[in-house]
Write a protein that binds this ligand. Structure first.
Ligand code: GLN
Length: 310
């Protein structure tokens, strides 16, 4: 096939010599986003345009919306190579947040890293509900099981300057990341992070106002059917809640009975359709006034209850 020759009048300020000797203009920001979105859509990445924007903003070191102010600026060869590498990785369904290395949770910045559960927006509801339950109470103490990257504990203490707590995870990688996030948020003096398998490590004599957790709650056999981002690339230990997904709730309930003070609150994230079972587990352990809350998609997402003794 005959190659079409570029005419002299074509804009070639930023034209590059391609490997085959022809001149090819580097794409503009807007052109690059469009091409990338099409490429990602073809690889069945959900929200392809948003992903394309986030990744280009990361390459350009700017905010996503700035891309539209700089829409006709052309990418350099180096930017383009970096962008291509990101897109290739994302097309393999490697999580966006791992490529970006950060995410927002409740409008606060958190570092994200491979091997540690990616924060989900639904979990913001847990923080919101806890604050509603505590009615802007000045001081409160909490303990969190499964700190992950630290979004729950980090946002609770950032938003409530007199709250303090303990947060632990079985994964040393998660605990390290949470610690880094608490340092960046300037709250590391109010959350003590440690690595532990169970609540057994929490000393007797301590009493908390709140036990909070987003434990692993996906039934083991359904994990392979989740989107690749989750099933292939996330830490299975942070997802797998045993055969029915409920295996962590009895130990959380039991820990709360031991560690919560009178009138203390247990607040837990749950999976779809687990509300009645978790309420039953809490009621059997003696909790009162258990309530289930749905998320914005109308799915049961949270359960909270009070330890008796108000
Ligand atoms: N909500 C997460 C998901 O759907 C699972 C969270 C969990 O197991 N705690 O992937």
């Amino acid at each position: 096939m005959k190659r079409r020759m570029k005419t002299a009048s074509e804009p070639d300020q930023s034209a590059r010599m391609a490997g085959d000797g022809t001149k090819r203009a580097a794409p503009t920001m807007i052109g690059a986003v469009k091409m990338a979105a099409e490429y990602l859509a073809g690889r069945e990445v959900s929200s392809p345009r948003l992903n394309a924007e986030h990744l280009l903003a990361k390459i350009m070191g700017c905010e996503r919306l700035d891309l539209y102010l700089r829409f006709d600026e052309r990418l350099t060869e180096e930017d383009l190579a970096g962008y291509r590498a990101f897109l290739k990785r994302r097309a393999e369904h490697y999580p966006l947040q791992y490529i970006l290395g950060s995410t927002e949770f409740y409008s606060l910045p958190f570092e994200t890293s491979e091997g540690v559960f990616v924060p989900r927006h639904e979990t913001e509801l847990l923080v919101e509900w806890i604050e509603e339950i505590f009615e802007e109470r000045g001081d409160a103490t909490f303990i969190e099981f499964g700190v992950g990257s630290g979004v729950i504990a980090g946002s609770l203490v950032s938003r409530n300057p007199a709250w303090r707590g303990f947060a632990f995870d079985r994964s040393p990688r998660a605990a390290e990341l949470a610690k880094r996030n608490f340092i960046s948020l300037g709250v590391s003096d109010r959350v003590h992070v440690f690595v532990a398998e169970t609540f057994g490590a929490v000393g007797r004599g301590l009493e908390f106002d709140l036990l909070v957790s987003n434990p692993p709650y996906i039934p083991t056999l359904t994990i392979p059917a989740l989107q690749k981002e989750v099933s292939v690339f996330e830490d299975e230990g942070a997802l797998d809640g045993g055969s029915d997904g409920l295996c962590y709730y009895p130990q959380l309930a039991e820990a709360g009975v031991r560690l919560l003070g009178p009138g203390g609150v247990i607040a837990l994230e749950i999976g779809e359709g687990q509300g009645a079972d978790v309420v039953e587990i809490l009621a059997a352990a003696g909790y009162e006034n258990a309530a289930v809350k749905k998320d914005y998609n109308g799915l049961e997402r949270l359960v909270a209850a009070f330890r008796p003794g108000c």
